[in-house]
Design a protein around this ligand. Structure first.
Ligand code: FBP
Length: 248
């Protein structure tokens, strides 16, 4: 089993996701969040277990924070500008991630895409290299593409979580599928692979906190959240509220 202790606290996890610059564009990086230093500082002050970055931001900004917070390096990525079936290819190697200071690596798989097989193959290679170096692998397991009618249905979410286990992910990051009961089925489907919630678009704080409560009660180990924190008017306040739920 891969050691998760560098990116967890007593088995629980709170990650600050900040790969939106490539996935969504600067439109999502409202206010101060356009500045990576602001996010890294927030991650440190908020007591997150790790911050999620793409390689360019990691290379230019992470060195000053290396001793203060762990890094999860996202190895693939794509913009929202390309139409058609989704595919996200590897743009950073495991070796480069390690040199940049990563304690874990992440990779998005669009489960159900026409190009699923290519992402499976890349994920497999990454998993092999990362595990050889002792690094955990986190799978962003997102059902997507023409074949997926309802990407947040309980069945499809559990299927995506299970695919993460089958592919060798140590942690899967999945979206909320509507209730504590349905999320529990996804957690069960993931077996010994741990599950974290993928935050989703900014919503009311009380709604988001309810979701966090539900997923923790369902057996998740924590959250990897972006917009619901750094698009908030009070990012440190909601961070503390999330932390209270996860680590209580
Ligand atoms: P949020 O908490 O802001 O939803 O971030 C989670 C995340 O997975 C990011 O890591 C990623 O950039 C984004 O969501 C991708 O979202 P989508 O593919 O649904 O547009």
């Amino acid at each position: 089993m891969i050691d998760l202790s560098k990116i967890t606290t007593q088995g629980k996890a709170m990650y600050l996701a900040y790969d939106h610059g490539i996935e969504h564009g600067p439109v999502d990086l409202t206010g101060k969040s356009l500045n990576p230093d602001y996010i890294l500082d927030l991650a440190v002050k908020g007591g997150y277990n790790a911050v999620v970055l793409q390689k360019g931001v990691a290379e230019k900004y992470y060195p000053a924070y290396r001793k203060k917070i762990a890094l999860i390096l996202k190895l693939n990525g794509k913009t929202r500008l390309v139409g058609g079936e989704p595919i996200s290819r590897q743009i950073c190697s495991v070796e480069e991630a390690i040199q940049l200071g990563a304690q874990a690596v992440g990779y998005t798989v669009y489960v159900g895409s026409q190009y699923e097989a290519e992402m499976f193959r890349e994920f497999g290679k990454i998993e092999e290299e990362a595990h050889r170096a002792g690094l955990p692998v986190i799978g962003w397991m997102y059902p997507r593409g023409r074949a997926i009618k309802d990407d947040d249905s309980p069945e499809i979410t559990a299927y995506a979580a299970r695919v993460g286990l089958e592919l060798g992910a140590d942690i899967v990051k999945i979206k909320y599928c509507g209730s504590q009961e349905s999320f529990k089925k996804a957690v069960e489907a993931a077996g010994k692979t741990k599950v974290v919630l993928s935050g989703g678009p900014k919503t009311k704080p009380e709604e988001f906190l309810k979701i966090v409560k539900n997923v923790m009660a369902a057996g998740a180990i924590g959250v990897a959240v972006g917009r619901n924190v750094w698009q908030s008017k009070e990012p440190l306040k909601i961070t503390q509220q999330i932390k209270d739920i996860i680590f209580s």
